[in-house]
Design a protein around this ligand. Structure first.
Ligand SMILES: Cc1cc2nc3c(=O)[nH]c(=O)nc-3n(C[C@H](O)[C@H](O)[C@H](O)COP(=O)(O)OP(=O)(O)OC[C@H]3O[C@@H](n4cnc5c(N)ncnc54)[C@H](O)[C@@H]3O)c2cc1C
Length: 279
């Protein structure tokens, strides 16, 4: 078995299902739920998409057997969206069927702007029958207020994030301050109109704003952060009584994910270094 170097191990739970179950158990003991993502995306071969769907179904069964609040978060292009919309829908439906049989929750990540319609359509097709689902929405997209209006009328939960991709400027806000303003506006809309929502952000300002909106509207919310990023804050939130979840990537394709984490913001290189130095 290959060993993931300690610096990458801060961001990735391991290469296989037993490693990720161990990590989820540790989180569970600290009051934090696990949202597991098998690393993999942009398959142009249906067999790869089916193989990853099978890993997700195994994870859901193992979580149920272990009595853990383990959830999964799938990427559309990992479940076959680049092969065809139908392949993605079939694989998602299979994962959701096993989640339903095991009373477990399924998140759908959002990828680049070209995938939004297909992702929301597949989400809607499944969530209508099985409401224990959520979908990620990116605040940097100009279309997001319209998408949120559609989603608050459906069962299921929205995870609001700032957006990790670089869409064209006619479709998205690019200035950081404008994205933050959009995040706040979308958050306020969700607190006012949704039954439940997820704050997918490490930003203390957004988390404070969510707490304030919760006081105002009473809407339940959870905070989701990535493995290896502000982990102490995740456990602090849980001990303060908030619902906190850690998004936990795992799998053999950890190297490119690890580089992305370090590269995406120059501060992250320092954060990564600090994480290693402070253990
Ligand atoms: C659970 C989860 C799921 C996600 N899913 C998706 C998805 O499906 N699709 C998608 O496009 N994007 C997704 N993202 C990524 C998201 O879009 C952002 O790119 C990413 O979260 C960075 O934005 P931020 O809100 O965390 O804060 P930023 O705007 O990056 O940072 C704001 C502040 O947060 C704090 N902070 C940020 N990073 C760190 C750090 N490493 N250590 C310490 N403090 C830090 C600092 O105070 C910083 O000033 C997800 C993010 C999370 C947390």
């Amino acid at each position: 078995m290959r060993v993931i170097p300690p610096i990458a191990n801060n961001f990735v739970a391991g290469e296989d299902v037993p490693a990720v179950l161990d990590h989820a158990r540790d989180l569970h003991d600290g009051g934090v739920g696990a949202i597991i993502n098998l690393l993999g995306e942009h398959y142009d071969d249906a067999a790869n998409a089916a193989a990853d769907a099978a890993v997700y179904t195994r994870l859901l069964e193992e979580f149920a057997d272990a009595g853990l609040d383990g959830r999964v978060s799938v990427k559309p292009s990992q479940l076959g969206l680049d092969v065809s919309e139908e392949t993605f829908r079939e694989n998602l439906a299979e994962v959701v069927a096993v989640a339903a049989a095991n009373d477990r929750f399924v998140w759908v990540d959002m990828e680049d702007h070209t995938t939004i319609d297909a992702t929301l359509d597949a989400f809607e097709a499944n969530v209508t029958d099985y409401p224990e689902m959520g979908v990620c929405i990116q605040a940097n997209m100009r279309r997001t207020p319209d998408d949120l209006r559609r989603l608050v009328d459906l069962p299921g939960t929205v995870r609001l994030v700032k957006g990790a991709y670089d869409p064209p400027t006619d479709l998205a806000y690019t200035e950081k301050a404008r994205v933050n303003d959009a995040y706040r506006e979308n958050l306020a809309y969700l607190f006012e109109h949704a039954d439940h929502l997820a704050v997918g952000s490490h930003d203390p300002a957004m988390i404070d704003y969510a707490k304030q909106l919760h006081e105002e509207f009473g809407t339940e919310f959870e905070v989701q952060m990535l493995m290896g990023v502000r982990e102490a804050a995740q456990f602090d939130l849980a001990s303060e009584g908030y619902d906190a979840y850690q998004y936990v990537p795992f799998g053999e394709k950890w190297l490119s994910y690890f580089y992305r984490r370090v590269r995406e913001r120059k501060e992250n290189a320092l954060f990564a270094l600090r994480a290693v130095v402070s253990g």
